[in-house]
Write a protein that binds this ligand. Structure first.
Ligand code: SF4
Length: 171
């Protein structure tokens, strides 16, 4: 995985933006659904990808939205205090994710970003280090494993579906 970060992007491709989400982080959040996933959680286990929890959103049409429009939408909502990027696999569009967070920081918004990834730290270490240039970011790591036990995650303040999954504040 590579991303040329010498310049920030103006647009992000997404499946869905939910202005107010209350179930994936302890703070009311805008939820941005990434545009794609390689469905590694299921293919690595030789399971049908249709049991992915995110199959519904994966079938939605993808659309491009200006990062400045996402920002304007977020700051005009007095309820939300964080932004979550998840749904599918945000790290497959890392340059867009970085550009989005960079835009928020450049415009004096220090609010929490939460990134839900199916990867583990060792698979995306170079991206995590790059994100540490920015502030207030929490990463939820790990594959979804069907029939695994759920576990409560203290950092997120919610129950994750597989007990191999965890989150940490990286900056
Ligand atoms: S990373 Fe998320 S969307 Fe992709 S296969 Fe795993 S659970 Fe499904």
């Amino acid at each position: 995985m590579t991303a040329d970060l010498r310049s920030c992007l103006e647009f992000m491709s997404v499946k869905e933006i939910v202005d107010e989400n209350f179930q994936d982080y302890k703070k009311a959040s805008m939820f941005i659904c990434a545009k794609s996933c390689d469905f590694k959680c299921l293919t690595e286990l030789n399971k049908n990808i249709n049991i992915c929890q995110n199959m519904r959103v994966s079938k939605l049409p993808t659309f491009d939205i200006k990062i400045s429009d996402i920002f304007d939408r977020y700051v005009s909502n007095i309820i939300t205090r964080a932004v979550i990027i998840g749904g599918l696999e945000p790290m497959l569009q890392f340059h867009e994710v970085y550009s989005l967070i960079y835009y928020f920081r450049k415009n004096n918004c220090p609010d929490d970003f939460v990134i839900y990834t199916g990867y583990y730290y060792h698979e995306i270490e170079q991206y995590i280090k790059k994100l540490q240039d920015l502030d207030n970011i929490i990463i939820k790591y790990g594959r979804y494993i069907p029939d695994s036990n759920p576990r409560f995650d203290n950092t997120l303040g919610i129950i994750l579906s597989s007990d191999n999954q965890y989150s940490e504040r990286i900056c």
